[in-house]
Write a new protein. Structure first.
Length: 126
């Protein structure tokens, strides 16, 4: 199932919104651990502008991909190979960026994304 995953500031966990199927447009789950394949970093620039104008955060950025896992199964824990940490801050950047090189933006190109607690890691495509 294709989903939009974003960090929920009120619940302090990840919210998973369905982008297709009978629950399209609805949050279907919350979890501290989410894995999606073919992740795409998505930011609504218009909503980001609203954040900059008002100083109030809203849901305007997240990761879109195919839901692989809610919770982190043991077999995935050992398989995280060449991963990079990505982050997003509406006051600094217009898109997701690599944490170690913030001048390099991330939109897509990874095989999987792991959302673990408040962090997002992408597994680079070979």
């Amino acid at each position: 199932m294709k989903v939009f995953v974003y960090y929920n500031l009120h619940r302090k966990t990840w919210s998973i919104k369905a982008l297709e199927g009978v629950h399209k447009g609805r949050v279907v789950a919350h979890s501290n651990y989410v894995v999606v394949s073919n992740p795409i970093g998505q930011v609504s620039l218009k909503s980001r502008e609203r954040v900059l104008l008002t100083g109030r955060k809203n849901v305007h950025a997240g990761i879109v991909g195919e839901l692989q896992s809610i919770g982190l199964p043991l077999e995935v824990r050992g398989q995280m190979g060449d991963i990079k940490s990505i982050t997003y801050d509406p006051y600094k950047w217009q898109s997701f960026v690599y944490k170690d090189t913030p001048e390099r933006s991330y939109t897509k190109g990874a095989e999987r994304a792991f959302m673990i607690n408040k962090h997002v890691y992408v597994e680079e495509a070979a």
